[in-house]
Design a protein around this ligand. Structure first.
Ligand code: GBH
Length: 442
């Protein structure tokens, strides 16, 4: 059973989250090519070489999707705008159809009494900019600032909140070190540059939005609880390094203006020259911080001749979701208190993503997802625990409203409260949708 909204502070907000490339249908509406289209087209990168060309066809089914959001009783909707839909070449002439679409999306939300929470970048970099070096090129901070100005000049007066970049760790480390996401690199120098430039771009976009007079600006970091695989020093050190890279580097840069020592040890030789001078830009004041939380990972030391960070991931013992991710609700209050105590103090915190790829719905009735309901209930319970300890958590967003394009894993994992039939693109609310509706009823 999910807790009811009356079990939370009266102004606590409940939302659902999606992202542009994962739902819109990128082939429609005049959007430009992105590095995800390129990445997916290279065999071996994405399950079945699937891409976001059609996805949920949200572009043409927006009204239906907004009606579903409304029917569930959500207060706020977290979506992203696609850089390549707004500026097909990354720079230059805007795509009028793209701007009109986001305009209608905002008005559609406001008409239904739902707060629009915008993210400017959820991973689909225009190919034209990827070809110029993408996140490895320092100029990206200015390209991103220009894009921010174009889209926010159109919708910035009506969004409730805005965050520049979804999950800086994924944009940089996962995509340039692990090679798991576009552009699929495995290069520490590229990684270091991307890690720094993504924060510089965050800072520049925040400046632009302030100049436009916008309020309620934030930053969204993803964190995974990093646990030692065994009770050895090597294991503990491995978990600590991963914790610093994954969970501390970005929030530390944004809120404190420095990078953790454990990361600098391996990264400093590869950071762009003069990186220390950029913290004035990176540490723009923000109004809230967002946490995307799903799981924990276990780490051990790699063989001694392995290059930094010399850690390996080890499979954990806890029950898993269809992503093979351990279910570990206790990590949520761990990070909420860590953020408050070490970085953000009184700043409002939002859980900007939490959810799971359902296991039960894959066999049998596709609308029966008791595992998702249990997952959400456990994590909402942990949010309540953090609130009881005085952590200023102001809202919680479920990932995701709809089943959608799950990046390198294509369309097989299903994160939605709503089932999407990939043959017809029809929407069918799952049991979790009804449970949420019940919980949000006033
Ligand atoms: C979220 O990131 C994303 O914001 C969202 O777009 C996504 O749909 C959701 O997760 C569910 O995955 O190495 O290919 O196995 C959460 C952060 C994203 C970090 C996936 C680990 C591993 C992908 N995680 N990533 S892979």
């Amino acid at each position: 059973m999910l807790p009811h909204r009356s079990d939370f502070p009266h102004d606590f907000l409940f939302g659902a989250a999606t992202s542009a490339y994962q739902i819109e249908g990128h082939a429609a509406g005049g959007a430009g090519r992105t590095h995800w289209d390129d990445f997916a087209a290279t065999p071996g990168n994405v399950e079945g070489a699937e891409n976001g060309a059609i996805a949920c066809d949200h572009l043409h089914r927006m009204d239906e999707d907004l009606n579903l959001l409304k029917a569930a009783g959500f207060d706020v909707y977290r979506f992203s705008t696609s850089w390549a839909r707004v500026l097909p070449d990354g720079r230059g002439t805007p795509n009028a159809q793209g701007l009109d679409f986001y305009d209608r999306l905002i008005d559609g939300l406001l008409e239904r009494g739902i707060k629009p929470a915008a993210t400017l970048y959820h991973w689909e970099l225009p190919s034209a900019l990827s070809d110029l070096g993408g996140w490895r090129n320092r100029d990206i901070a200015n390209w991103f600032a220009d894009y921010t100005e174009v889209i926010m000049s159109r919708i910035g007066d009506r969004v409730w909140s805005a965050a520049p970049i979804n999950e800086p760790w994924c944009v940089s480390w996962l995509s340039h070190f692990e090679g798991a996401h576009a552009p699929g690199m495995r290069d520490i120098r590229a990684t270091a540059r991307a890690m720094h430039h993504v924060l510089l771009a965050h800072g520049r976009a925040t400046q632009v939005m302030r100049e436009l007079g916008m309020k309620n600006l934030g930053a969204v970091c993803n964190m995974e609880f990093a646990a030692p695989a065994q009770a050895t020093d090597g294991s503990h050190q491995a978990a600590q390094v991963q914790d610093a890279i994954y969970n501390r580097f970005f929030i530390s840069g944004i809120t404190k203006g420095y990078y953790p020592d454990e990361v600098l040890g391996g990264l400093e030789p590869h950071l762009p020259e003069g990186w220390q001078d950029d913290f004035d830009t990176i540490t723009q004041p923000i109004d809230w911080i967002g946490l995307n939380y799903y799981t924990r990972k276990l780490y051990d030391a790699a063989p001694t001749d392995a290059p930094w960070p010399a850690t390996i991931e080890v499979e954990g013992p806890l029950p898993k979701t269809a992503m093979n991710w351990e279910v570990y609700p206790e990590g949520l209050p761990h990070f909420l208190t860590m953020m408050q105590h070490e970085y953000t103090g009184d700043l409002p915190i939002y859980v900007t993503e939490n959810g799971m790829a359902g296991q039960t719905e894959l066999s049998g009735n596709p609308l029966s997802d008791p595992d998702r309901i249990a997952y959400l209930a456990a994590h909402l319970g942990q949010v309540q625990a953090a609130l009881a300890q005085g952590v200023p958590v102001k809202g919680y967003f479920i990932w995701s409203l709809l089943d959608n394009y799950e990046w390198a894993l294509g369309y097989a994992p299903r994160f939605g409260l709503i089932h999407v039939d990939w043959a017809t693109l029809n929407r069918y609310p799952k049991a979790s949708f009804s449970a949420i509706k019940e919980a949000l009823k006033s």
